[in-house]
Design a protein around this ligand. Structure first.
Ligand code: ADP
Ligand code: MG
Length: 457
């Protein structure tokens, strides 16, 4: 093994994952040596070790295996006392002694050769335990759980669909993990539709479609992810259709996912669509604020980091596109804080995510401000323009006026009109009051700041 091997591997990875991920995760890696075909990589913290072990180690191993067949495993450790970058010697010289490490290593073993290369690797994090249930996904989750636990086939197929990053793959892996754990005798095969097609084409090329069919038709549970991929690919669809029918006829369970409902899948043959529609169709809806907040809590706990509640709320408000992005944002914030050794605050969060947040930047309206502020203080939106003066509604109203002044280009009279036709002096008074309170009351000030950031991005 040489220095340049590692350089080439890192170079490849950098192209694959992009500069930001490279700087956060790959550049800090030190290559510490080789022992008995296993490369040892060091990272400065436990968290970073876990992150690299789950996200990059497998890829590093396979790149390394391609560079140098003698390398069969990659282990990721927390750097020990030796801080210098220790690179193993060139081939021919004696292997470097294994350095001491501060925490137990995570070893990514070589996959078993060919016994089960039909399916895809399951992500160990994608379990039912780690899946947070909320209104948007409760039906899909319950259906998946049912399939995982059922001894007999209850609906066939289970068809899960929803937008990108909402948990379809997670649920499918969860089914597979559950069955592996509780009914290890049942053969579960999970793969993407893309991989299905690839295998099929390979079988055609090598004129080995018999064993291809055999392999698929001998499973108890077949899961095919992202089936929209085979839309418009007629030969693959045809084969898939036959596989599907053969399994259903034998009473085997099938689970399918796609980004659209069966009827909306364009470029799919009608007979396949109607087959896909014939079991239970469960959709996963876009996330809600509550679900996003729940997911953030669970992820932070899994990472073993403490993230201030205000930062979680901020993220849950701002990153509403999908769970993958939300996770990505949290990871970036946590990684940043670990790398620079500073606590996570609203300020650092906004700094770290400024590119993400700018994307959701737009012009802010007074209506939006009223809505957000009312939600935040838990009062009715109508109180923003009502005549009531009790502190409970007057204070939020003042905050909304203040923010309207700060965040829009409306004049005081215009703002007053939007708050139930109030006079411009009332707005002026509100602005002054809020400024005073911000100076004297730290919590209040933080609340207002949070609202401002949420509205502004
Ligand atoms: P999809 O396959 O629908 O595009 P994934 O299953 O890959 O989405 O989910 C994207 C990411 O979001 C994964 O890391 C997954 O663990 C996470 N995720 C999605 N939904 C949830 C949830 N309800 N609870 C916890 N994590 C979730
Ligand atoms: Mg997926």
């Amino acid at each position: 093994m040489t220095n340049s091997e590692w350089d080439r591997i890192v170079g490849r990875l950098r192209d694959e994952v992009g500069d930001a991920a490279y700087r956060s995760w790959l550049r800090p890696i030190t290559c510490q040596g080789v022992n008995d075909g296993s490369v040892r990589l060091g990272l400065p913290t436990r968290f970073m070790r876990d992150w690299v072990a789950t996200h990059y180690a497998e890829r590093i191993r396979s790149l390394w295996g391609a560079e140098n067949p003698a390398i069969r495993a990659v282990e990721v450790v927390v750097e020990g006392t030796r801080s210098a970058t220790a690179l193993a010697p060139a081939p021919g010289s004696a292997p470097a002694p294994a350095p001491q490490c501060a925490a137990p290593a995570k070893v990514i073993p070589m996959p078993q050769p060919d016994t089960d290369d039909l399916g895809a690797q399951l992500d160990p994090r994608y379990t039912f335990r780690n899946f947070i249930v909320g209104k948007p996904n409760e039906f899909a989750q319950a259906a998946a759980q049912r399939v995982a636990e059922a001894r007999a086939v209850s609906f066939n197929p289970l068809f899960l669909y929803g937008g990108v990053g909402l948990g379809k793959t997670h649920l499918m892996h969860a089914i597979a993990w559950h069955i592996r754990e509780h009914n290890p005798e049942r053969r579960v095969l999970y793969l993407s539709a893309e991989k299905f097609m690839y295998r099929f084409i390979r079988a055609l090329r090598s004129q080995d479609t018999m064993s291809f069919k055999e392999q698929f038709r001998s499973v108890d549970v077949l899961m095919v992810d992202d089936v929209q991929f085979i839309a418009g690919k007629d030969a693959t669809q045809e084969e898939f259709f036959h596989t599907f029918n053969a399994l259903v006829d034998q009473g085997r369970q099938i689970v399918i996912s796609a980004d659209k409902s069966p009827s909306d899948l364009e470029g799919m043959e009608e007979r396949l669509k109607s087959r896909l529609n014939s079991g239970l169709v469960a959709d996963i809806h876009a996330t809600t604020y509550e679900l996003r907040l729940g997911i953030l809590h669970s992820k932070a706990e899994q990472m073993g980091v403490v993230v201030p509640q205000k930062v979680m709320e901020f993220l849950a408000h701002k990153i509403s596109s999908n769970v993958r992005e939300l996770e990505g944002a949290l990871n970036r914030v946590v990684a940043h804080s670990q790398l620079v050794g500073r606590a996570i605050t609203l300020e650092t969060t906004q700094e770290v995510l400024h590119d993400l947040l700018r994307a959701s930047d737009r012009r802010i309206t007074i209506e939006e401000i009223q809505k957000r502020v009312a939600e935040h203080f838990n009062i009715k939106l109508s109180e923003m323009s009502s005549a009531r003066r009790s502190r409970q509604v007057a204070r939020p109203r003042q905050v909304a006026m203040y923010l309207a002044k700060q965040l829009t280009s409306r004049s005081l009279p215009e703002i007053g009109r939007k708050f139930g036709g109030r006079d411009h002096t009332t707005v002026m008074h509100a602005v002054k009051k809020v400024e005073e309170l911000r100076d004297s009351d730290h919590n209040f000030s933080e609340d207002v700041e949070l609202l401002r950031r949420m509205l502004q991005g």
